[in-house]
Design a protein around this ligand. Structure first.
Ligand SMILES: [Zn+2]
Length: 272
């Protein structure tokens, strides 16, 4: 009895498949019976439920498969019930297809990224060439790619502007000397770094200026000077006064001691 009932339900539901759904299933399966491999028009095709409607299978495309008339009635080369293998194959095929699509997407994406990198490097070379009439070679381009890992495009362009304006020397034929060109090129990342730091701490520009004055006049303890000046700034030192001291001191020790004295006094005051 129960068998008859379920068959009735099955038949009823199957009739509910629209022509469009059947067409989609047939197209997907290349109008070929997925159990025996016979294709239309040699055989009449039907749509079979992989999980029977009686067992809760629905009319979704994933549960539908193309079957010939014979296979659908259990008379074909394969038994109708033996559909786990078919289902597995279908899943593998879908997975393979999905992987292929994703691989194509990844390759497109990589091509895009490489294009952007190349264009960015070319634009930086162009900026250098505009400034110096000379363009970086492959080794220079490799350096530029390294710069781009640390600094933004704008930071690098800004540094190129400063460096090539400052360090380039021109020979009699109005060509940049290779020595000065290399120096200007090598200074680009350093200038990028300094510019970034001065952006974060605007007073650094003043401190670098004070260090520059000292360097021109006396011996400077390079490992200590910036710490000393930053300390002075943190105690609200008058930078014009420090600048004056840098211009007038007799030597590094005198400069250092005066600044240290100032810091000492300010420290004591703040602790009182
Ligand atoms: Zn078949």
């Amino acid at each position: 009895m129960s068998k008859v009932n379920s068959k009735k339900t099955n038949t009823k539901k199957r009739k509910n498949l629209t022509k469009k759904t059947r067409f989609e299933v047939f197209k997907r399966d290349s109008f070929t019976c997925q159990y025996c491999g016979n294709a239309a028009p040699n055989v009449v095709l039907e749509v079979d439920h992989i999980k029977a409607v009686a067992n809760g299978g629905d009319n979704g495309l994933i549960n539908l498969i193309t079957s010939c008339f014979s296979c659908n009635r259990g008379k074909g080369a394969r038994k109708l019930d033996d559909n786990t293998v078919v289902e597995k194959q279908r899943q593998q095929l879908e997975e393979l297809n999905e992987r292929r699509i994703q691989l194509e997407m990844i390759m497109d994406w990589r091509r895009d990224v490489e294009d952007i990198d190349k264009i960015t490097v070319d634009m930086i070379c162009e900026a250098i060439s505009t400034k110096s009439q000379l363009s970086p070679n492959d080794s220079g381009k490799r350096d530029i790619r390294k710069w781009l890992k640390r600094y933004s495009f704008d930071e690098i362009l800004d540094a190129i502007d400063s460096s090539f304006s400052q360090y380039l020397d021109w020979d009699n034929d109005e060509e940049a000397t290779s020595e000065s060109w290399n120096k200007a090129f090598d200074y680009v990342p350093r200038i990028s770094s300094v510019k970034r730091r001065t952006k974060e701490k605007p007073y650094l520009r003043e401190l670098y200026y004070i260090r520059g004055i000292l360097r021109n006049r006396v011996y400077v303890n390079e490992s200590y000077i910036m710490d000393l000046l930053e300390d002075a700034v943190s105690y609200d030192a008058d930078l014009e006064g420090v600048k004056y001291l840098a211009k007038t001191c007799n030597n590094w020790t005198q400069f250092k001691e005066k600044v240290e004295d100032y810091i000492c006094v300010m420290k004591e005051r703040s602790e009182q």
